[in-house]
Write a protein that binds this ligand. Structure first.
Ligand code: SDX
Length: 394
C-alpha cells in the first residue's frame, strides 16, 4: 500500500493520512484542488486565486481576491540583512542550495516573534512565505548571474512582478509579455499542491515536531531537489539534450527498459498516476502556446519530446507498466522558452509548491488528533548479542 502517515494510536505510522486539500484519482488521471478540477482552475483562475482556494477552502469573491492580492503585496520585500545572506554562497552554487539556506534563515527573522498556536501568526507566516518566495527565487537567480537584486514592484501582479525581478534590471523599464506571464502563472497553479508527495510529507513530518514553518518549508525544498521528485524537470531537459535527435529515441527507450541500466525516462511515470498526469496534458498546451507566441513552433526539444512521448506510449513496456508523462515532462521545455535557466526549474517548482506545503502544514498543525511523527520500521538487523572485549576480537 503506498501509504504515508496516519494518526493511528497517537503516532504517525506508514499508512495514509486524512486531508481535505487535494484529491488524486491515479487511475482516471484526475486532480482536484478543494474539489475543483485542475483543468478548470488552470483555465479560469490565476495563481493567487488558487492560493486563496487552497488556503481557505473556497475560491475568493472579487473583494476577497483584491484584498488578498494587497495583503501578499505588503510582504514581498525581504529584510535587508537577508540579502547579505546570499554573499556567503559561491556564485556558482546551485540555486536550490541557496534556496534551502535562505528560506531556512527566515526562521531567524520571524520565528521568535511567532506563536503558531495563534491562527493569525500562522496566517501571517503563510502570507510572508507566499509573498517572499518569488523575491528569494529571483534573488537566487540574480546572485548566480552576478546581476543586481531587483526590488519588487507592487504595481505589477504576482507573476509579472516575479518575472520583472528575474529578468528586469535597474537600468531600464521591464515590460512583461502577458502571454508568458499567463503561462508561468498557470505553471505555478499546476505545481501548487499534489497530495502527500515526498516533499509535502517532509513538511508535515518536520512540522509535527513543532518546528517553525520557515524551517519546515526549507526541509520541503531540500526534499523536492531530488531528481526522482521536483528535480525531474531539470533532469528531463538534460535527458532531451543528451538524446539530441529523434533517431536516438529508440536507444534511450531501450535503456529505460533495461533492468541492468539505472536510467529512467525523466518526466515519465508516477507513484500515483497510472494514467496521464492531467498536469502534463495542460503543460503541453501551455508549452505550445508559449512556443507559438515566441515563433518557436519548430523548437527542437519540443518536437523531440513529442516524438519520445509518442514512441513510449506505443511501447508495450510503458503500456504494461502504465507509465505516462508526468508534470515534469514538458515543464522544462516551456520554462527554457520563457527564459528560465535549467538550474532554476526546481526553484520555480518550490515557489509554487510552498502554497501546498503551507496549506498542508496548517491542516496538520490544526488537527486535534495530530502528534509528532514517528514512522515505525521492520527491523532486519543483527539479533541481540554481547560485546566481545577488544583484546578478544579477531
Ligand atoms: C514528481 O508524488 C508526487 O505527487 C510527485 C509529484 C508532485 O507533484 O509532487 O507529482 C512530482 O515527483 C513527479 C515524478 C517526477 N520524477 C520523474 O519523472 C523521474 C522519472 N520517474 C521515475 O523515477 C518513477 O516513475 C517514479 C520515481 C516517479 C515512480 O517510480 P515507481 O514508484 O517505481 O513507479 P512504478 O511503481 O509505477 O514503476 C513501475 C515499474 C517499475 O519497474 P518494475 O519494478 O515493475 O520492474 O516501471 C518502472 C519501475 O522501475 N519505471 C520506469 C520509470 N518509472 C517507473 N522505468 C523507466 N522509466 C521510468 N521513468
Amino acid at each position: 500500500k503506498t501509504g504515508l502517515f496516519t494518526y493511528d494510536s497517537g503516532f504517525l505510522s506508514t499508512a495514509s493520512c486524512k486531508s481535505k486539500v487535494t484529491f488524486i484519482d491515479g487511475d482516471k488521471g484526475e486532480l482536484l484542488y478543494r474539489g475543483y478540477p485542475i483543468e478548470q482552475l488552470a483555465e479560469n483562475c490565476n495563481f493567487l486565486e488558487v492560493t486563496y482556494l487552497l488556503k481557505n477552502g473556497e475560491l475568493p469573491n472579487a473583494k476577497q481576491k483584491t484584498d488578498f492580492e494587497r495583503t501578499i503585496k505588503n510582504h514581498t520585500m525581504v529584510h535587508e540583512q537577508l540579502a547579505k545572506f546570499f554573499s556567503g554562497f559561491r556564485r556558482d552554487a546551485h540555486p536550490m542550495a541557496v534556496m534551502t539556506g535562505v528560506v531556512g534563515a527566515l526562521s531567524a527573522f520571524y520565528h521568535d516573534a511567532m506563536d503558531f498556536s495563534d491562527a493569525e501568526h500562522r496566517n501571517v507566516s503563510f502570507n510572508r512565505l507566499v509573498a517572499k518566495l518569488p523575491t528569494i527565487v529571483a534573488m537566487a537567480y540574480k546572485y548566480n548571474t552576478g546581476a543586481p537584486f531587483m526590488y519588487p514592484d507592487n504595481e505589477l501582479d504576482y507573476t509579472a512582478n516575479f518575472m520583472r525581478m528575474m529578468f528586469g534590471n535597474p537600468c531600464e523599464k521591464y515590460v512583461p509579455n502577458p502571454v508568458l506571464v499567463r503561462a508561468l502563472d498557470t505553471i505555478f497553479t499546476l505545481h501548487a499542491d499534489h497530495e502527500q508527495n515526498a516533499s509535502t510529507s517532509t513538511v508535515r513530518l518536520a512540522g509535527s515536531s513543532g518546528a517553525n514553518p520557515f524551517a519546515c518549508i526549507a526541509a520541503g525544498i531540500a526534499c523536492l531537489w531530488g531528481p526522482a521528485h521536483g528535480g525531474a524537470n531539470e533532469a528531463c531537459l538534460q535527458m532531451l539534450e543528451e538524446i539530441g535527435d529523434v533517431s536516438r529515441v529508440p536507444e534511450f527507450i531501450a535503456r529505460a527498459k533495461d533492468k541492468n541500466d539505472s536510467f529512467k525516462l525523466m518526466g515519465f511515470g508516477h507513484r500515483v498516476y497510472k494514467n496521464f498526469d492531467p498536469r502534463a496534458t495542460l503543460m503541453r498546451k501551455v508549452c505550445n502556446e508559449v512556443l507559438t507566441e515566441l515563433g518557436l513552433q519548430n523548437d527542437r526539444l519540443f518536437k523531440l519530446a513529442m516524438e519520445l512521448e509518442r514512441i513510449a506510449l506505443e511501447d508495450p513496456y510503458f503500456v504494461e507498466k502504465k507509465l505516462y508523462p508526468n508534470v515534469d515532462f514538458y515543464s522544462g521545455i516551456v520554462q527554457k522558452a520563457i527564459g528560465i535557466p535549467t538550474e532554476m526549474f526546481t526553484c520555480i517548482f518550490a515557489l509554487a509548491r510552498t502554497v501546498g506545503w503551507m496549506t498542508q502544514w496548517e491542516e496538520m498543525i490544526t488537527d486535534p488528533e495530530y502528534k509528532i511523527g514517528r514512522p515505525r520500521q521492520l527491523y532486519i538487523g543483527a539479533a541481540k548479542r554481547d560485546v566481545v572485549p577488544l583484546a578478544q576480537r579477531g
